[in-house]
Design a binder for this molecule. Structure first.
Ligand SMILES: NC(=O)c1ccc[n+]([C@@H]2O[C@H](COP(=O)([O-])OP(=O)(O)OC[C@H]3O[C@@H](n4cnc5c(N)ncnc54)[C@H](OP(=O)(O)O)[C@@H]3O)[C@@H](O)[C@H]2O)c1
Length: 316
């Protein structure tokens, strides 16, 4: 199978490329050539830039499928589709759970989405989901039954540039009293990047249209369950100490106010039936811990610093 990946050298796309190569697919990467230059010597490389609309490198070639990991704006997908036309069999777009409201009801793929937005190119917390919704619609309008939409929830795994699971894995491994500026019973969904990748490649292999939630882990969990699992994996002992939400810096990893909990209860049933694996959270946490240690635990930029957390806990 010949697969073109728009992106593929950071985290989500990197896992997809890994999986595709493992299955023996012929992979071509289209990027600016900045990130992960030494990765994947077995893959062909094409250079372009979605921001400036430079798709000249896609002027020739045929692929069974394209996986669009780096599309965030309707212009990105529109120009890629114009460039590729019918020289790709299937167009699989990596969307997001952000196409849904975080407070609304619904757990499966028929959950009403937020209204698509096309009149801005500014990506923010407010526009990210509606822009992705517009991308979904444009891909589906152009490719019909040859369009596939994958909507990941929060993704976790080695090479994650964000601080979601990594913060808790690292914090739990230190052991002791752990400040939690949220509710221990808050539901948490995290999909292992390797499971997401397997789903994507299976959908291409099976030539399957439609929309699929990529959410995990295998068993429903909570913040307390996640922190405990992270501690067990590291062989550490922790005591979870709830602290007031207003003590937390903004965007505290994986912590959400109660009105946003419905977004942590999406159903993976359709994706599971299509081949989404269910890696246990303990495995994901162990692999993130090993990767984070191997890279030397650089600053994460989110969560409590050890000093701030100690001061907060000392206040009682
Ligand atoms: N992380 C999560 O929790 C999460 C959750 C839901 C959805 N998602 C979705 O997952 C995708 C993000 O995955 P990722 O960033 O980890 O994917 P990735 O494909 O591994 O990395 C991004 C790729 O895009 C390329 N790229 C960046 N800017 C470009 C440009 N202007 N023109 C051409 N190529 C460009 C980068 O290479 P160069 O720098 O060399 O160009 C890199 O290969 C997004 O679609 C996001 O919405 C993520």
């Amino acid at each position: 199978m010949r697969i073109l990946v728009l992106g593929g050298t950071s985290f989500v796309g990197r896992a997809i490329v890994d999986d595709a190569l493992r299955t023996g697919a012929e992979v071509t990467l289209f990027t600016r050539g900045r990130t992960g230059r030494d990765l994947f010597p077995a893959a062909a490389r094409l250079i372009g830039d979605r921001d400036t609309g430079d798709y000249a490198a896609l002027g020739t070639g045929r692929w069974d499928a394209v996986v669009d990991v780096s599309g965030y704006l309707p212009r990105h997908v529109g120009q890629a589709m114009d460039a590729l036309g019918d020289r790709v069999g299937r167009y699989l777009f990596i969307s997001s759970q952000a196409v849904y409201t975080r407070t609304g009801p619904g757990s499966d793929e028929s959950t009403p989405r937020r209204a698509p937005v096309r009149d801005t190119e500014e990506l923010s917390e407010d526009t990210y989901g509606p822009l992705k919704a517009a991308c979904e619609d444009d891909v589906t309008a152009r490719y019909g039954g040859r369009a596939t939409i994958v909507r990941p929830g929060k993704v976790a795994g080695p090479h994650d540039p964000q601080s979601g699971l990594t913060y808790w894995v690292r914090r739990a491994a230190r052991g002791g009293r752990v400040a939690l500026p949220g509710r221990p019973e808050q539901p948490v969904q995290l999909v292992d990047s390797r499971d997401l990748a397997r789903l994507v490649v299976r959908l291409l292999e099976d030539d399957r249209p439609g929309a699929f939630h990529a959410v995990g882990p295998a068993e429903p969990t909570t913040l307390a369950g996640l922190i405990t699992t992270c501690a067990e994996v590291a062989g550490a002992q922790v005591e979870i100490v709830p602290v007031p939400a207003d003590t937390a810096p903004p965007f505290f990893p994986l912590v959400h106010a109660e009105p946003l909990w419905p977004a942590q209860r999406r159903s993976p049933a359709r994706a599971r039936a299509a081949g989404l694996p269910a890696t246990p959270l303990a495995v994901t946490a162990a692999d993130v811990l090993a990767w984070d240690r191997a890279r030397g635990e650089p600053p994460l930029g989110h969560g409590f610093s050890p000093e701030d957390e100690a001061r907060l806990l000392a206040r009682g």
